[in-house]
Design a protein. Structure first.
Length: 139
């Protein structure tokens, strides 16, 4: 079975879950801090929400594909159970989302707590993708 084929179901499941965790972090917990930098934000609407949802799904499937490869090739501590899944989730988040979001915060006028919300949102997406994939492939 191909990597994509093995990862698509857990990636979609994690992606749907991450839509809700992203909503929790960004729309419930940290949304009020966007008002501190109103000139930074575009108006929200159905189109922006659609693209955000699509990005969450694509990212979760991508992380699930990478983690599926890690499991298949038994790559060190990352391939060992749920603790390995969490370690891989943190590593992939630290290599991709963390530097991109922090560098953006250096140049874009973002409230620091909005950046924290974005970081938690993408960490949640990464963790869900890895944990659901680990569970899915071991059942």
């Amino acid at each position: 079975m191909s990597t994509l084929h093995s990862a698509i179901a857990p990636g979609l499941i994690a992606g749907v879950m991450s839509i809700f965790t992203s909503w929790l972090w960004m729309a419930v917990v940290f949304h009020r801090f966007q008002k501190e930098t109103p000139a930074t934000w575009r108006p929200e609407g159905a189109r922006s929400h659609f693209f955000s949802i699509a990005l969450q799904l694509i990212a979760a499937i991508g992380v699930a594909c990478l983690f599926t490869l890690v499991i298949r090739f038994n790559v060190g501590m990352f391939a060992i159970g749920f603790s390995g899944a969490l370690c891989f989730a943190i590593a992939i988040w630290a290599a991709l989302a963390l530097p991109i979001l922090l560098e953006s915060a250096v140049y874009i006028n973002l409230h620091p707590l909005v950046v924290v919300g974005q970081l938690l949102s993408w960490l949640s997406t990464s963790a869900l993708a890895c944990l659901v994939t680990a569970w899915w492939l071991r059942r």
